[in-house]
Design a protein around this ligand. Structure first.
Ligand SMILES: Cc1cc2nc3c(=O)[nH]c(=O)nc-3n(C[C@H](O)[C@H](O)[C@H](O)COP(=O)(O)OP(=O)(O)OC[C@H]3O[C@@H](n4cnc5c(N)ncnc54)[C@H](O)[C@@H]3O)c2cc1C
Length: 498
């Protein structure tokens, strides 16, 4: 008899949501986490009284998370104190001026109308269209398995409203947005979001033009930091007997007769299980952690064909003043051309941009208790990438932090430089070392259409029986709500097949 029914590798939100649901179904479940904390990219650390989020900085699209907690017999809102985030986003222009969109669609339409009356009206139409699309996605797509063509056929059959949105497949993100919005100032508030997927506006599918709308459906920040979400899954799972072991690295998945049989730990210990669930990068799982003679050659070729997703550096800043920002999230307003240009001339060539380009998160606007009284914390997410031409992140880290602060001080956050009390930084190389994320890839695998749904590594392994995938690497891809959805999907598949 195996030591456990289920072993889950990795205590990210994907791993913990799957593990807690499986434990609630009566399966003896063990979660193994190589670091000293749960949550992976969705966690929070403390430094000199400031609390910084490691990666993810807000939650949106909470329906999958609500479903997951319902499966655990509780409510998301009862387990995590969610603070409403409003305004939704502030945009900072190069002259230091700011445009801030409230959460409400109507309020945003009015702000946009001041820049361009016709675009204000267009925003109402745009929101109506994407509200319908978001509803369709949330009801079926996000929490349904996509392991085969028949799954996809079932999904479309059960969600006929999806058909209405098929024309989006034929367009790019940029084409959809520029068909609605004509003013460059307005387009500057929507171009950058394509990089959430790791690609520029002219390469992202038109489906994702929903991004500048989706946050209007609601954004929340967990009181106490993002780590409260994985901690809630851990707490709920432990009530059903789920065990979590920290500082425990898995180095190999044991496979007997093409069936997962357990794991081998870094210290040489073997733990057996009937089912193994992986919450780690699928390329690494299949190519480094499974004996290659147990894998069909096609599976090896398939895995090698995947591209790693984007990576980013994070700069964490403690301040002894209130930064002159207008929202929990601010973006450096950028035109479609600037974002495309960044992709081709910086990211693709390994050249860091001269100016900070990206997202500013101000968690202490929502939860002041995350910093000492009168102080604030900022998490800066400048665009960056793993491979740098002629240098590496260990050499670039300190100058990069200084340049980022200097640049923001010059127009976006006046006074910043004088009020910095502490800084810290996690570069893509640090993410790789600390969370064992190859190339610091924040969604493991690229998020373009050819690497989505049935083209992404399957949640139920096609090569190894009893092996299931959750997290960034499998459908529906990267992001806190989506990896939690993957936990629900894995639990459904395990229920069906095991
Ligand atoms: C900078 C940044 C900003 C982001 N912003 C947002 C945001 O605002 N909103 C949003 O929704 N999403 C955001 N994301 C994405 C989101 O954080 C991730 O998609 C999600 O948290 C990934 O969860 P996961 O469970 O798939 O993996 P991870 O969080 O990566 O967890 C995997 C876990 O596995 C462990 N592990 C790895 N290898 C082993 C091994 N061999 N043995 C044992 N354990 C192992 C790791 O230590 C880690 O804890 C952001 C990500 C980053 C990095």
């Amino acid at each position: 008899m195996a030591d456990y029914d289920v072993i889950v590798i990795g205590a990210g939100c994907g791993g913990l949501s799957a593990a807690s649901i499986l434990a609630s179904q009566g399966r003896k479940t063990l979660v193994l986490e190589q670091s000293d904390h749960v949550g992976g990219c969705c966690s929070t650390f403390e430094k000199e009284g400031y609390h910084f989020d490691v990666g993810a900085s807000i939650v949106e699209e909470i329906q999958p998370t609500e479903i997951a907690f319902e499966m655990l017999g509780t409510k998301f809102q009862d387990e995590v104190d969610l603070i409403d985030v409003d305004p939704m986003m502030s945009f900072i222009y190069k002259d230091g001026s700011k445009v801030t969109y409230p959460l409400s669609v109507e309020g945003t339409a009015e702000v946009i109308a001041k820049m361009s009356p016709e675009d204000g009206e267009a925003f109402r139409r745009f929101s109506k269209y994407f509200e319908g699309f978001t509803e369709v996605l949330m009801k079926g797509f996000f929490v349904s398995p996509a392991t085969s063509l028949s799954d996809m056929a079932r999904l479309v059959f059960n969600t006929p409203a999806l058909m209405k949105y098929l024309p989006l497949f034929a367009k790019t993100y940029q084409e959809v947005l520029t068909s609605y919005f004509k003013s460059e100032a307005v387009q500057r508030t929507m171009a950058y979001q394509s990089l959430y997927l790791g690609l520029p506006p002219e390469l992202v599918s038109g489906l994702f033009a929903l991004l500048p709308y989706s946050e209007h459906e609601g954004i929340w920040y967990p009181r106490g930091g993002m780590v409260q979400i994985p901690l809630a899954f851990q707490r709920c799972g432990e009530k059903f007997g789920m065990e979590v072991r920290l500082d425990t690295e898995v180095v190999q998945v044991l496979v007997r007769n093409k069936r997962a049989a357990g794991v081998l730990l870094g210290d040489g210990t073997e733990i057996t299980a009937d089912i193994v669930v992986s919450d780690i990068n699928a390329i690494k799982l299949y190519l480094d952690m499974i004996p290659q003679d147990q894998l069909p050659w096609l599976a090896r070729v398939g895995m090698k064909s995947y591209e790693y997703s984007k990576s980013v550096p994070m700069v964490y800043v403690g301040l002894d003043y209130e930064p002159p920002l207008e929202a929990h999230h601010s973006i450096i307003a950028s035109s479609m051309e600037e974002v495309n240009d960044y992709w081709y001339n910086n990211a693709k060539k390994g050249r860091l941009p001269e100016k900070m380009f990206g997202l500013i998160c101000w968690p202490t606007m929502s939860d002041p208790a995350l910093a000492p009284e009168g102080h604030h914390a900022l998490n800066l997410i400048p665009e960056g990438f793993y491979d740098l031409a002629g240098t590496d992140w260990d050499a670039e880290k300190q100058p990069f932090v200084e340049r980022t602060i200097e640049d923001l001080d010059s127009y976006a956050i006046p006074g910043l430089k004088e009020h910095v009390t502490i800084t810290d930084c996690a570069t893509p190389m640090d993410f790789e070392r600390r969370l064992l994320m190859p190339k610091g890839a924040i969604y493991d695998i690229q998020e373009d259409l050819t690497e989505q749904t049935i083209f992404r590594p399957s949640a139920r392994s096609k090569s190894i029986k009893g092996l299931y995938l959750v997290g960034n690497s499998t459908h529906p891809g990267g992001g806190v709500p989506t990896v939690i959805a993957s936990g629900i999907i894995a639990s459904k598949l395990i229920d069906r097949y095991e």
